[in-house]
Design a protein around this ligand. Structure first.
Ligand code: NAI
Ligand code: MG
Length: 336
């Protein structure tokens, strides 16, 4: 049995986590859940949003599935999500966007996977005031791009393409303006591409990419980009296939991997049996693939697609159904 740290999290976290563990058990996933706490619940019960036991459990087992965590606005603790990504150097943020049956979208047949560099760029938090005067303010932010980190994320994208028999990797940059930082990312991309002659490589400037993703999203297969562009384009990609409620995500490093839903803790629907488990469920399928239980993941995926065809009866209202968390969970189990 593979030990996996399970962090149910806050708000609807426990409801969608229960659904996911029920479905994985029904499908025969060879997983032993090691439960751990994080987020607001942990803060209230244990006085810290990220208890040492949780960090130790991830250090020991190296794989985690995490529900959404509530981050207080303004005062209060820093984002636990960001802290976990930094602590375990989870440099690849991976977000697939795949057209789903019965999920409304003006776009058809989208099937792309976006790799976002998760540790550098403009998101390192190095901002400063140059002038803080009454009438004149001046702030600056620093972006960091290293050859090593670029090589890691770009190689991860190419390795994924190779393993999943994908045909093309598109690198997204702004090297015409940010010549040193994203220029370096592009330069490393061109070098790494030479190591994978069987995979087509192209590069696109980010603004053109945004337009192309909306006008002709089917041309994209695997996409790799820096942190800020990846943040924006990964949500855009989710938007092509039905939004954040139906897309999974993984954060992967050399020594650990964390799979999570990208939506938040949805405080407005807690305890109402209305939470949609799909995003966390898709994340759990990425986890099963990561731990070499691909056949189980594939069975669950088929059961989800079958359930979505009868969306109105079984699925939750956020995707146009008249069902509940429970009816969805039961239907997927029945379809396995
Ligand atoms: P949210 O994603 O929690 O909710 C936005 C809207 O989407 C709400 O109407 C909610 O009911 C709905 N929604 C979200 N997930 C759903 C699901 N699975 N099924 C059905 N409806 C769903 O975003 P919001 O309200 O901005 O944030 C709430 C809290 O979540 C905040 O404390 C925020 O910091 C945290 N958050 C955590 C994230 C994470 O842990 N990865 C990501 C985003 C927000
Ligand atoms: Mg984002």
């Amino acid at each position: 049995m593979k030990n996996v740290v399970l962090i149910p999290g806050d708000g609807i976290g426990p409801e969608i986590t229960n659904s996911v563990t029920t479905i994985l058990e029904k499908a025969g996933a060879d997983v032993n859940w090691v439960r751990a706490k994080a987020g607001l619940t942990a803060h209230e019960e244990l006085g810290t949003p990220l208890p040492d036991e949780t960090i130790e459990a991830i250090e020991e087992h190296r794989i985690a599935l995490k529900g959404p965590l509530t981050t207080p606005v303004g005062a209060g603790f820093r984002s636990v999500n960001v802290a976990l990504r930094q602590k375990f150097n989870l440099y690849s943020n991976i977000r697939p966007a795949h057209t789903l049956p019965s999920i409304e979208s003006p776009f058809r047949d989208v099937d792309l996977v976006l790799f976002r560099e998760n540790t550098q760029g403009l998101y390192i938090g190095k901002e400063q005031w140059i002038e803080e005067g009454e009438n004149k303010k001046h702030s600056e932010a620093i972006a960091v791009v290293t050859e090593e980190a670029s090589r890691k994320i770009i190689t991860a994208a190419f390795e994924y393409a190779k393993q999943h028999e994908r045909k093309k990797v598109t690198l997204v940059h702004k090297a015409n303006i940010l010549k040193l930082t994203t220029g370096l990312f592009l330069e490393v991309g061109r070098k790494v591409a030479k190591e994978y002659p069987e995979i087509e490589f192209e590069d696109l400037i980010v603004d053109n990419m945004a337009m192309q993703m909306v006008m002709r999203p089917r041309q994209f297969d695997v996409v790799v980009t820096t942190n800020l562009f990846g943040d924006i384009l990964s949500d855009l990609a989710s938007g092509l296939v039905g939004g954040l409620g139906v897309t999974g995500a993984a954060n992967i490093g050399d020594d650990a991997a964390m799979f999570e839903a990208v939506h938040g803790s949805a405080p407005d629907i807690v305890g109402k049996n209305l939470a949609n488990p799909l995003a966390l469920l898709f994340s759990s399928l990425m986890m099963l693939e990561h731990i070499d239980q691909k056949a189980v993941a594939e069975n669950i995926r088929k059961a989800i697609y079958k359930t979505l065809v009868e969306k109105k009866v079984y699925c939750t209202p956020d995707i146009g159904g008249e069902g509940t968390t429970s009816t969805f969970t039961q239907a997927v189990c029945d379809n396995i």
